[in-house]
Structures are given as structure tokens and as C-alpha cells.
Write a protein that binds this ligand. Structure first.
Ligand SMILES: Nc1ncnc2c1ncn2[C@@H]1O[C@H](COP(=O)(O)OP(=O)(O)OP(=O)(O)O)[C@@H](O)[C@H]1O
Ligand SMILES: [Mg+2]
Length: 329
């Protein structure tokens, strides 16, 4: 299952992504956490120090290798240069299993607190000025487009703030999107923006209140969000202590309960591989027309394999040696 955390800047996306990933990992589930935000803070939230963070190999430093691996011997993708961030898998492409023993996971995963962290990499001033930030998420999009994840396996993605997440098709690649909202007018205004986009594309969305200080706060959220309000987190002394470099005991029981509610919401989803692949193709075609055909000098709509059915059935019956799932632990 793929889970995105979105919301206003500073609302607590990174904090809750980290807590949720740890919560899942503690139960023994395989968990990949992906930092897909401009400000890369998920590693620190999970407990990596600066030296350890420097050792993580960001996905976007290995983009060419990732493309080379994923295109496999798909005849519709004759070279790495023809593979863009939205190129969907087709017959001959290599699919990924969550934490499979493939070169992508082998190179980019860093384990912390039982969670396997991957990062997109930092963004320099130049990147933000010239290249579009979303192009930096190309590796995440390719990863999710080629991933065959099952129930009980989780990819938790800490997304960028606000409505920026809609600029690419990435927001349609999730089984559940958690919108983190503080009990303020700004907090709920992001929800309204997101809700319309989500409805348009049939994206499952639930709101998680954060920094909810009492009953008035909860009622405020309930009034503005209604049914979509799934759970609320209050101020956590445990989170604050970690921010101060102190590591004390366990997360508060009420916050563990709230994390449990998030998990139930995710686990109650059924995977819809057909919609997923249809949307991947839709965004690929848009992307091809918008810039990618021009930029590659090719007609990228020819990459769409109409006979390809995504999902577990598309995995090879006999995986290549060494590509079975890596043991968790
Ligand atoms: N429930 C909480 N209890 C205590 N502190 C919290 C809680 N949620 C978030 N914080 C603190 O609030 C600050 C902002 O949280 P966080 O970095 O998770 O937000 P964000 O949405 O990821 O921000 P950005 O948009 O900058 O990425 C952090 O210092 C974090 O420790
Ligand atoms: Mg953040």
C-alpha cells in the first residue's frame, strides 16, 4: 500500500510520516519511507544524525541507472534517453517488489528504526530557480509506477507542501493520501483545495488533524472537514523531546491509538491496479504532449503498452536470481 502525507507547510507532514512509518515497522511490516519534499527532513525525523544522512544515496543521483534497470528489455523503450519520469511499465519492463533485492533498493535504502528510508535528494537554489522542482520527483514517480506492493507492505511518502503536489501525476499513485491539517483557517483551506483535485481523480483522501490542543480545536476541524476527518494528534512531548535531541520512552498512548486508526484506514483499501495504470498512462500522455515529445525528439505515446496489466500477475513467475524480497529485520 502506498501512503502520501500532504498538507500546508509546517503542519506536521514529516513528523506524522515518520511516526506512521515507525508504527508500521514496529509491527514487523515491511516499510519504505520516501522523503519527497523540497526540505529533506524525514531522515532526521526518523532519527538519523547528520553524518548518517550524508551516507544516504538520493534517488535522483541514480536516475539514469534506475531507468536502465526498470526499462529491462521493454521493446517500446529502446534507450534510457527515451525514458521520462512518466514512462509507464509495459511488457518487458522490470517491476519492483517492495524491498526486493534489486539494485534500486540495494543502492538507495538506508535502514533506520526498522524503516527503510529513501530520499529524493536536496534541492539547490539553482534547481529551484531553473529546473522545475517536480522533475526532481521523477525518480519517485518511476519507482511508484514500477512498484508492485501488496497488502501488509507499505510505502510512506512525505510529500511537498500545499497544492504543489498536483503539478505532476504523482498524487494519483497512492492507495491513501493523508492531508495533515492544523485547526486553523489556513489549515482547512489546503484541505478544500486538495479535496476538489482528489475528487476529480478519485484519489482516496482522509484528513489527519495535528497540533489539536483540545475539544474546541477538534470541533473546529470537524465543522470544516466533516466525514473526511479521520484522526487527531495533539502536541506530543515525545516528538518535542526528540527535536531537542532527547530520546525518552515510547510515544504517548493516545498518539499510538491515532496511528492505529491511520493504519486501519489504509488496510481497508483494496488495490485498484487498473485505475492506477490508466492514470499513469493518462499523465504520461499529457506529459508527452506538454514537453517530453519535444525534449526527447520522439513520440512517447508509443511507449504505452495497451496489453500490459499491472499488478501481482505482471511479476515474473520465476524472478531473476537475487530479486526475491529481502528479509525484514
Ligand atoms: N504533534 C506534534 N507534537 C509536537 N511537535 C510537533 C507535532 N507535529 C509537528 N511538530 C513540530 O512542528 C514542526 C513542524 O513539523 P514538520 O516538520 O513535521 O512539518 P512539515 O509539514 O513537514 O513542514 P514542512 O512543510 O516544512 O516540510 C517540527 O518542529 C515538529 O517537530
Ligand atoms: Mg516536512
Amino acid at each position: 500500500m502506498r501512503i502520501a502525507f500532504v498538507g500546508k507547510g509546517g503542519s506536521g507532514k514529516t513528523t506524522l510520516s515518520g511516526l506512521f512509518a515507525r508504527h508500521l515497522a514496529r509491527s514487523g511490516a515491511p516499510v519504505v519511507a520516501i522523503d519527497a519534499d523540497i526540505n529533506q527532513h524525514l531522515g532526521a525525523a526518523l532519527g538519523l544524525d547528520e553524518d548518517e544522512l550524508r551516507e544516504v544515496v538520493p534517488l535522483n543521483t541514480g536516475l539514469a541507472e534506475i531507468k536502465e534497470y526498470l526499462r529491462g528489455d521493454n521493446p517500446r523503450i529502446p534507450s534510457v534517453d527515451a525514458m521520462v519520469k512518466t514512462t509507464p511499465p509495459g511488457s518487458g519492463s522490470r517491476l519492483l517488489r517492495l524491498l526486493g533485492a534489486d539494485p534500486v533498493h540495494a543502492r538507495h535504502v538506508r535502514e533506520v528504526a526498522g524503516v527503510r528510508l529513501m530520499t529524493t535528494g536536496v534541492f539547490t537554489e539553482d534547481d529551484l530557480g531553473v529546473a522545475c522542482y517536480h522533475s526532481k520527483l521523477g525518480a519517485v514517480e518511476l519507482y511508484l509506477n514500477h512498484l508492485v506492493d501488496g497488502p501488509g507492505e507499505y510505502a510512506v511518502v512525505d510529500m511537498t507542501a500545499g497544492a504543489d503536489s498536483f503539478a505532476s501525476g504523482l498524487f494519483t499513485r497512492f492507495d491513501m493520501t493523508f492531508l495533515v491539517a492544523e485547526p486553523t483557517r489556513k489549515g482547512v483551506s489546503v484541505y478544500r483545495q486538495y479535496k476538489d483535485h482528489a475528487a476529480e481523480f478519485g484519489v482516496p483522501l482522509a484528513v489527519v488533524g495535528n497540533k489539536v490542543a483540545g475539544e474546541d480545536d477538534r470541533l473546529f476541524l470537524k465543522e470544516h472537514i466533516g466525514e473526511d476527518l479521520l484522526a487527531c494528534f495533539g502536541h506530543s512531548d515525545w516528538v518535542r523531546a526528540r527535536e531537542q535531541g532527547r530520546h525518552t520512552g515510547d510515544l504517548e498512548p493516545e498518539h499510538r491509538l491515532a496511528l492505529g486508526e491511520l493504519r486501519i484506514a489504509v488496510d481497508s483499501r483494496t488495490k485498484d491496479w487498473e485505475t492506477f495504470q490508466r492514470q499513469a498512462i493518462e499523465f504520461h500522455l499529457r506529459n508527452a504532449h506538454a514537453w517530453a515529445n519535444r525534449s526527447t525528439g520522439q513520440d512517447l505515446s508509443a511507449q504505452v503498452d495497451p496489453d500490459f496489466r499491472h499488478g501481482p500477475a505482471a511479476l515474473p513467475a520465476h524472478p531473476e536470481p537475487g530479486t526475491h524480497s529481502a528479509p525484514v529485520g
